[in-house]
Design a protein around this ligand. Structure first.
Ligand SMILES: *Cc1c(COP(=O)(O)O)cnc(C)c1O
Length: 495
């Protein structure tokens, strides 16, 4: 079966899976969505006996219908190998009454590795299939973790170049050091004097600039995206929800067909949307619990049906979720509008012109299943300390947002369905917030000294990703205004 992807803003714009991955973004800012999501027609009991790669093949082959088995297996085999520090790839651990799905065992110790280890293979395979002879330029905006994961994935990949923009004052010191020490010869990194939304808007603008596209074409380049607006990010993220569910079956915790809930610490709405897509494929998810930090635009949306970004942007201890424009929500909006591109385009126009939109009552009914709540920075510190006190397990600040919201959800609803919580980063990426939550007196130490303190507290081995950057030289020192993004990209490409 070969289903098509379609733009959320123009029902006549379609693409095969490989074309959608290559383009990243549809015309006029639209996003590619699958016309229908096929059923995962493999019994869960069978999936429970498969390893990560085989589960990945079963899930991804349903979504990427124009890839051959050989092509897809090649991509999967090269992505989920010993770059990950555990053969399980995404281990599930029981703490605080929930199943914590650790998604941070890849190269850059954040969940972005789950998709960005495979995206370069998907993209270069897609280029070959479509006879693309241009060099692919990956443009990426990052709230901290996508940047390094994308750099690591595309570093020195032939036929590609990658440019990353991050908010100069909006990422953790360790996140920044990871990016600015990147050695790949085809890489470029710049801080911008603005926040993540500015970076993302700047990147989207370059994507839809027809003149720029023409110039690139003449010079032998074409853009693609490593952000979760690329379907090539979302599809690999569906895999680990199915994987986690089937690990619970294998462990005898649940039976095939039992419902679970999922909690996802959310920023750009990619990770939780992948869980939703997995449920449309047949994964029995009861509630999708969307956890926000103080930038609680999604919580307000789920409670009122109004999306309103007109508010202060707050820098928090969970910087990868400091976002007011959650791009992937558009894919859900399109769906709850009954796959109505016209209605969606109208709402997105309102978002870009007035910063807000309101969905209809009918659409809001279709949001059943989603629950939103948020955690303040104090609540984040509190829950980190609480889990540490319970059994010595240390979580990062983003995961802490999720756990805190999970507690609120349970208190509010009394729902005690077995629950998977997406743990999106290693605590070693956010040492200051994590260590001082447990031991406030250590706040006068340097971030890298706090690495050693975290080791003493957790006895979890310091990840290679941290050791590598401690003394690594800074190779990227560009800082620009948000208005200068296009100019620095041109300079990087020499055009
Ligand atoms: C990116 C990120 C998130 C948010 O994920 P989205 O897919 O953007 O919703 C949460 N936590 C961490 C650690 C991240 O890096």
């Amino acid at each position: 079966m070969s289903f098509l992807y379609r733009s959320t803003r123009n029902e006549n714009e379609t693409a095969t899976a490989s074309e959608a991955i290559l383009k990243g973004l549809a015309e006029n800012g639209g996003l590619f969505v699958p016309d229908e999501i096929p059923e995962l027609d493999v019994p869960f009991e069978d999936l429970a006996e498969m390893d990560y790669k085989d589960v990945a093949y079963e899930v991804m082959s349903r979504m990427l219908t124009d890839f051959t088995e050989e092509e897809l297996r090649y991509c999967i085999d090269n992505a989920y190998d010993d770059k990950f520090d555990t053969e399980k790839i995404a281990p599930v651990k029981y703490h605080h009454g929930a199943y914590i799905l650790e998604l941070f065992h890849g190269k850059t110790i954040a969940f972005k590795d789950m998709a960005l280890s495979i995206l370069p293979y998907l993209l270069t395979t897609a280029a070959k299939k479509n006879n693309v002879d241009k060099e692919i330029v990956i443009l990426t905006a990052t709230s901290g973790d996508t940047g390094k994961a994308a750099l690591a994935g595309f570093s020195d990949v032939p036929g590609t170049k990658i440019a990353v923009f991050y908010p100069k004052n909006g990422v953790s010191p360790i996140q920044e050091k990871q990016m600015v020490t990147e050695k790949g010869k085809n890489t470029f990194v710049a801080g911008i004097t603005g926040n993540f939304d500015d970076a993302q808007t700047g990147v989207k603008k370059m994507f839809s600039d027809k003149e720029l596209a023409k110039l690139l074409d003449e010079k032998g380049y074409q853009f693609s995206s490593a952000n979760s607006i690329n379907i090539g990010r979302l599809v690999p993220q569906m895999v680990y929800y199915v994987y986690a569910y089937t690990r619970l079956i294998a462990a005898g915790t649940i039976k095939a067909g039992d419902r679970i809930n999922v909690v996802v610490p959310t920023g750009n709405f990619g990770n939780i949307l992948a869980a939703y897509y997995a449920s449309l494929m047949g994964l029995p998810v009861g509630r999708f619990i969307c956890a926000s930090n103080d930038n609680k635009v999604l919580y307000d949306f789920f409670t009122t049906g109004v999306y309103d970004r007109n508010r202060d942007f707050i820098l928090t201890s969970s910087p990868s979720m400091d976002i007011l424009i959650s791009s992937n929500l558009e894919r859900l909006i399109y769906r709850i509008a009954g796959n109505d591109a016209e209605k969606n385009a109208e709402l997105m126009k309102s978002l870009s012109e007035t910063g807000k939109y309101e969905i209809t009552d009918e659409m809001q009914k279709n949001l059943y299943g989603f629950y939103g709540n948020f955690a303040t920075q104090d609540e984040v510190s509190e829950i980190i300390r609480k889990l540490y006190d319970e059994d010595g397990y240390i979580i990062d600040t983003h995961t802490a947002v999720a756990v805190s919201v999970y507690d609120k959800f349970k208190a509010e609803t009394g729902d005690d369905t077995p629950t998977i919580i997406a743990s999106t980063a290693s605590p070693y990426k956010f040492t200051r917030s994590v260590v001082t939550a447990i031991e406030p007196s250590l706040n006068d130490k340097e971030d890298f000294e706090l690495v050693d303190e975290l080791y003493k507290l957790s006895a979890v081995k310091v990840p290679a990703a941290i050791d590598e950057i401690r003394t690594a030289p800074v190779l990227h020192d560009t800082v620009c205004e948000k208005e200068e993004m296009e100019a620095v990209v041109k300079k990087f490409l020499g055009i």
